[in-house]
Design a protein around this ligand. Structure first.
Ligand code: NAD
Ligand code: GLY
Length: 372
């Protein structure tokens, strides 16, 4: 059993920081900020959404008060459909009202949506102020809160507006998962399976061998800590080598290229992010089979694990022209070629450019096979 809190360093040359994992850390935030050198006079803006704020904002504010800080809370509507430039305006309005300065602090308390928006608002207020991530969904704990990608959606594509802005601290309190709906928990498991396929075979096998991985109540408590630790460690290692995604970091987008297409074309929020990534991994697996990159057996293992987690695996029939249009406006396009992350084996992926015509044919076949 790992001793908590676990501290994982994201060792970036210019902006190193720690991801701290441990029970009841929400009640430790004040001390963590003092240890980082924040003064008690620091103006703090907490951004959250109604569900998360109701459950956890008081604990957080009380602990900050106890440590001598004062903080204001801004509650924004929940959901992917709110992850837009208008919401950033609300955070900036609040920053203006509270006269946030360069050394003030924003705290994101919530899932990936709150984290991405708060990070982007912090990146753009006064050309960049510090922020702290307190992720409350499994998905945000294992992925979105770490690595400094911040931003919002454009009606034509996911995360098209954004900035790299690293947090000063990521504080993961697994106790907050208790109130997370099962569907959201499973969506987080999709990103965990992603880490297994892209580089952590042992993690993949731990999930394969686990009794149940569908929800927090049925999963082994030690496994949850192991999942958090291994996922954050994987992400930190990749981000340290390629902070701005000029190469290696793209492997974190495994399953996301087709996942983003589904989210964009079906309407933000119809499929939640992790579900779209699950289908995206299935599609990437099929594409890898077509290209003789990996075995039918490994493809089947991936499919079975996603099914075991209760995740969707079926491609929804989509308009081919729109799929291609969305694929080519995605951030993974370079010199007109679409970059795909394709699996070679469990624990290894490659980055591959694929010709537009080949993709068109592939999507046509996907649509034909779709039973939705
Ligand atoms: P989310 O932020 O929409 O949260 C999901 C739902 O869970 C929301 O309704 C929220 O209110 C609720 N919720 C959150 N915490 C809760 C808790 N503890 N108890 C009860 N309810 C709770 O979704 P998400 O899956 O966390 O994040 C998805 C977003 O993250 C997407 O926009 C995606 O693009 C982004 N993302 C970003 C990165 C990155 O590197 N920046 C990586 C992966 C995903
Ligand atoms: N979730 C992809 C990345 O952080 O790069």
């Amino acid at each position: 059993m790992k001793q908590t809190p676990i501290r994982i360093k994201v060792d970036l040359t210019n902006n190193p920081y720690e991801v701290v994992i441990g029970k009841n850390l929400l009640k430790q935030i004040g001390n963590e900020l003092l240890a980082l050198g924040f003064k008690q006079s620091t103006k703090i803006l907490i951004v959250s959404n109604p569900v998360v704020a109701k459950e956890y904002a008081n604990q957080l504010i009380q602990n900050l008060h106890l440590a001598g800080f004062t903080a204001k809370l801004l509650v924004l509507e929940a959901g992917e459909s709110q992850k837009n430039i208008k919401s950033i305006g609300y955070i900036h309005d609040s920053s203006y009202e509270q006269k946030l300065e360069r050394n003030s602090l924003m705290i994101a308390l919530g899932g990936g949506v709150v984290g991405d928006m708060t990070g982007f608002a912090a990146a753009t207020w006064l050309r960049g102020i510090p922020f702290v991530q307190i992720p409350t969904t499994l998905l945000a704990m294992v992925d979105a809160s770490v690595g400094g990608k911040t931003g919002v959606n454009h009606p034509k594509g996911k995360n098209l507006i954004g900035a790299f802005h690293q947090p000063k601290l990521v504080l993961i309190d697994p106790v907050t998962l208790k109130t997370l709906p099962d569907r959201e928990f499973r969506a987080g498991i999709a990103e965990v399976i992603k880490y297994g396929v892209i580089g952590d075979k042992k993690l993949f096998e731990l999930l394969e061998n686990a009794k149940d991985i569908k929800n927090l109540n049925s999963i082994d408590k030690e496994l949850i800590i192991e999942i958090l630790y291994r996922s954050v460690k994987s992400k930190a290692k990749i981000v340290e080598q390629d902070e701005r995604e000029s190469g290696l970091r793209a492997i974190l987008n495994y399953g996301h290229t087709f996942g983003h297409v589904i989210e964009t074309l079906e309407g933000y929020g119809v499929w939640i992010h992790g579900e779209a990534v699950s289908i995206g991994m299935i599609v990437a697996g099929e594409l890898a089979i077509k290209k003789n990159l990996w075995t039918i057996e490994d493809n089947q293992r991936q499919k079975e694990l996603l099914l075991k987690a209760g995740l969707p695996i079926h491609w929804p029939k989509l308009n081919i022209t729109k799929v291609l249009e969305t694929l080519t406006t995605d951030k993974k396009v370079k010199d007109g070629n679409i970059k795909f992350i394709l699996p070679k084996s469990i624990g290894k992926v490659i980055i591959d450019d694929i010709d537009n015509e080949e993709i068109k044919k592939f999507i046509y076949n996907l649509n034909q096979a779709s039973n939705c």
